[in-house]
Design a protein around this ligand. Structure first.
Ligand code: HEC
Ligand code: HEC
Length: 337
């Protein structure tokens, strides 16, 4: 069988495609392409998976109705703005952070969730399934309200995640190569001023001087990285190390790994010191909210901290952005009792 491997540049992102099941050869080529882009090679014990593409889907022997639903999930993932005002209240698509349509290593590829859940999640202190994990990104990263569990849209999104995991065994024992947004080591000192200067030099051309990005009609060209149209204070990317990992591995667009570790961290620190919509777990008081969420979540964010440049306490406001409510019903305890 002839196995081909290709990648195409799509708005600066690289899309990898293994048109046949990964062999040692295609896997090696995949790794070579990533290391040429400055990503580390996998460690000996790591699981490397090449997620199938939408082209692979067309060639797969699956029921046509399932293919239709997976295509719908893909469409929702890459154009989540179609749910604007219903489930999404900022300018994000899922693919704004999960680059390469959710398939790109070091850009929190989404398929690991399909093979590692249900599992315990510290953020909400209970066992989550795939739908609840997706709901988490709607609640915080999209500053929104997740589609109902079991709804057509939730099923379609889950099916897309599971399709990307095709061939991976459930509950893999090996650590997953390129999972999450791995951060470089934190430098001894972070500087707001250096971060601001580096942001202006490398980022504002697309994301704007106020992090507002660019929206044309109903289409997000460049997502907002802070402010009302960005993710809220409860999103994973507000942790400085997660932002540093995202930036180092993915930005500026099309030039991954081009910033030094110090630059990536300084920019992340600068970005983490700007305002955004309130954390849905807000109790009405920032200090009280911080007390209740710090241990599980805000240990690594700037939420509730005074900004060094002007003393402004970050997150000390009632602003929920465009969203006309604070807390979607997905933010609730679950006890299994
Ligand atoms: C603002 C950025 C952002 C947006 C937008 C976003 N996410 Fe995420 N997502 C994250 C971060 C950060 C993580 C956690 C990565 C980590 O583990 O460090 C994550 C994790 C995930 C995971 C778990 C991956 C794993 O390794 O288990 C899934 C699944 C997921 N997101 C799905 C979605 C879906 C679906 C959408 C759109 C509805 C979405 N995300 C939108 C930032 C985002
Ligand atoms: C050439 C344009 C361009 C440049 C320059 C650029 N970005 Fe981006 N950025 C994008 C696009 C486009 C996306 C969304 C990914 C997609 O849709 O493929 C994005 C996504 C992001 C996100 C995740 C989504 C969000 O809104 O929070 C962050 C954070 C981010 N960029 C930060 C930066 C930083 C920091 C720099 C400078 C080091 C930078 N970007 C430089 C175009 C750019």
């Amino acid at each position: 069988m002839i196995r081909t491997f290709s990648y195409v540049a799509l708005s600066g992102t690289l899309l990898f495609s293994a048109t046949a099941a990964a062999t040692d050869d295609t896997t090696q080529q995949y790794i070579n392409t990533l290391t040429e882009l400055g990503y580390p090679a996998p460690k000996a014990n790591e699981l490397v998976h090449i997620p199938p593409t939408m082209e692979d889907l067309e060639n797969a022997s699956l029921h046509p109705e399932l293919k239709r639903v997976i295509r719908r999930g893909y469409d929702l993932f890459t154009n989540t703005q179609q749910l604007r005002g219903e489930n999404v209240f900022n300018n994000m698509n899922c693919s704004s952070c999960h680059m390469g349509e959710g398939r790109m290593p070091f850009s929190a590829p989404v398929w690991p969730a399909a093979v590692t859940l249900p599992n315990y999640r510290g953020k909400n202190d209970h066992v989550n399934n795939l739908e609840e994990r997706i709901a988490g990104c709607f609640t915080y990263s999209m500053n929104g309200k997740p589609p109902e569990y079991g709804s057509d849209n939730m099923l379609a999104l889950s099916a897309y995640h599971q399709w990307l995991a095709k061939g991976v065994a459930m509950y893999p024992e090996k650590p997953i190569y390129g999972r999450g947004f791995p951060a470089p080591d934190r430098p001894a000192k972070l500087s707001y001023a250096r971060g601001e200067a580096a942001f202006e030099e490398n980022c504002s051309v697309c994301h704007g001087n106020d992090g507002e990005g660019l929206r044309v009609g109903n289409h997000t060209v460049f997502p907002a990285i802070w402010g009302d149209m960005s993710n809220n204070w409860g999103a994973g990317i507000v942790r400085v190390f997660t932002a540093a990992g995202f930036i180092k591995n993915n930005m500026p667009l099309g030039q991954p790994n081009s910033l030094s570790d110090q630059e990536a961290w300084d920019i992340a620190y600068y970005m983490s010191n700007q305002e955004r919509p309130q954390d849905p777990r807000y109790t009405g008081d920032v200090k009280d909210t911080l007390e209740k969420t710090q241990e599980r979540f805000h240990k690594h964010s700037m939420y509730g901290q005074a900004r060094e440049t002007d003393g402004h306490v970050l997150g000390d406001h009632n602003n929920t952005g465009e969203k006309p409510f604070l807390k979607p019903d997905s933010v609730r305890p679950r006890t299994f009792e």
